[in-house]
Write a new protein. Structure first.
Length: 338
């Protein structure tokens, strides 16, 4: 007799690295609740390394869409999913995309334009990890937003115990000025830290500037022409002393691996995307009088005003706080420009 194929759960989360890692608690909850099912994640092919590293998904279903848009279709084959779960967003595009596959069940947030879907109400001001765990709990699946860790990689780090400085982000609004990143890297180097600068594809000039202005050799730059291969990047972050980064995917990787981090926020509040309360993580956020969750444009073309309120000395002090000082009897962090 031919064995009956395992039932399948299809999860839509066709976004970036940070989005994947903030969905890890929800994916873990699904994995535990449906142990005999094949768990398939619809996400971009470029996330194949991170998806495998989570250990939470059986198979990646590659998707393609510009920016953060919902894919036009999914290359799903075979019988309809036993369950489809919309972890992508809230609205007809993602709802209808999954409904076209005719899943036996569909978990999603309620929306007036898809009234046939019964689900919980969407909340704008909610942390991304909490949002998706709340969705699953509404459907009777226990989910803990703090269950976010992923396994440390077995690969050796290319720079063990270094402070990792990552000046890039996928939108200028979330890019702290390169001159300030260079000043932070220079001061950390002066105080005895090994410092490396990481870069995504196309960010080589940015990382090279930061390294050169900090007095670091070109070999201190990892990536730039292309992304750092994920196994190397994860090994670097897992064994780093600290990660200094804006509100981007590398910040979520540090959180998922339990690595100390200093995360610079603007224009979106950390209560939506920040790490959980933990002495290993420092969040820098200066909203001013407007303490809205999204006071600025996360995809704007200029650095956000709230991000520009963060000074160099504040970042250096935050690194000192999360690392407990400097290894090997090096001098304490001194006075640096604000």
């Amino acid at each position: 007799m031919t064995a009956r194929p395992a039932p399948r759960v299809l999860v839509l989360r066709a976004l970036g690295l940070g989005d994947l890692l903030t969905a890890a608690p929800a994916l873990r909850a699904l994995r535990r609740h449906f142990p005999g099912h094949e768990l398939v994640l619809a996400a971009p092919e470029r996330l194949s390394g991170p998806v495998a590293a989570t250990g939470l998904v059986d198979r990646l279903l590659p998707t393609s869409a510009p920016g953060r848009e919902v894919p036009a279709d999914l290359p799903w084959t075979g019988p309809a999913p036993d369950l489809a779960v919309d972890l992508h967003g809230n609205g007809p595009p993602s709802h209808l995309l999954l409904q076209r596959l005719r899943p036996h069940r569909l978990f999603a947030y309620a929306h007036p334009d898809t009234p046939d879907i019964t689900g919980p109400a969407w909340q704008e001001d909610e942390h991304e990890r909490d949002r998706w765990c709340r969705l699953l709990r509404w459907y009777g699946i226990p989910a803990d937003p703090l269950d976010l860790r992923i396994p440390a990689p077995a690969a050796a780090s290319p720079a063990p115990d270094a402070v990792v400085v990552h000046p890039g982000a996928d939108a200028p609004a979330r890019c702290w000025p390169k001159e300030r990143f260079a000043a932070v890297a220079r001061e950390l180097r002066r105080c005895g830290h090994d410092v490396v600068v990481t870069a995504g594809a196309g960010e080589g000039a940015l990382a090279g500037y930061v390294a050169a202005e900090a007095g670091l050799p070109p070999t201190a730059v990892l990536g730039g022409a292309g992304d750092v291969p994920f196994d190397q990047l994860a090994a670097l972050v897992a064994r780093a002393r600290c990660v200094v980064v804006g509100d981007t995917g590398l910040a979520h990787l540090a959180t998922a691996l339990g690595t100390c981090s200093v995360v610079l926020f603007g224009p979106v509040a950390p209560r939506l995307w920040g790490p959980p309360p933990d002495p290993r993580h420092r969040v820098l956020w200066h909203p001013g009088e407007d303490d809205a969750a999204r006071p600025g444009d996360a995809h704007g073309r200029e650095p956000d005003a709230r991000l520009l309120r963060i000074g160099v000395a504040e970042v250096v002090e935050a690194v000192r706080a999360v690392t407990g000082g400097v290894r090997g009897g090096a001098p304490v962090l001194g006075s640096v420009p604000p």
